[in-house]
Design a protein around this ligand. Structure first.
Ligand SMILES: [Zn+2]
Length: 158
């Protein structure tokens, strides 16, 4: 899935194992696995451009340093009950639950991101869904019109 210009690594994701697809209007892109992975198993090694700003599909390596992977990991969907963990120091993606062929690769954006490019309402459906997703060091932006809309639906649901 990565350009040939990247140094060879046998654990890079292969196009026969994964596919980046446009899920729907709301979620945008996602990555489907065609392979099964057991909990604890290495899913892939990721790579990409190292950048200093936060972009829509970037992943934080450390404060001020981000990975911009526009081929694979940058398109993982968020879930409050993720099926992978990203080790951003070693670029390792590990299954934290069993993954079946046809499952989306799901990460928790707050696992890697201090601050999100954009906060958003979550519809992952997990029992522990946080509802409104922010970075792990980020307060809710109550001035965000999307948040105001989200807050209204929460009030309506009570
Ligand atoms: Zn959620």
């Amino acid at each position: 899935m990565y350009p040939d210009t990247y140094e060879y690594n046998p654990f890079y994701p292969k196009s026969e194992d994964f596919k980046v697809i446009r899920k729907d209007e709301n979620s945008g892109f996602g990555v489907i696995s065609y392979r099964a992975f057991k909990k604890g198993q290495l899913v892939a090694i990721m790579n990409g451009e190292r950048i200093t700003d936060i972009r829509q599909h970037s992943l934080q390596i450390e404060p001020g340093l981000h990975l911009y992977d526009t081929h694979f990991a940058g398109y993982f969907l968020h879930s409050c009950a993720p099926n992978v963990h990203l080790d951003m120091q070693n670029m390792r993606i590990t299954a934290v639950r069993d993954i079946e062929p046809g499952d989306y690769i799901l990460m928790d954006y707050a696992q890697t991101e201090d601050v999100l490019y954009k906060q958003f309402p979550c519809s992952c459906g997990a029992a522990n869904c946080r509802g409104w997703i922010t970075g792990r060091k980020q307060a809710i932006d109550e001035s965000d019109p999307l948040y105001q809309q989200f807050a209204l639906t929460q009030v309506a649901a009570i």
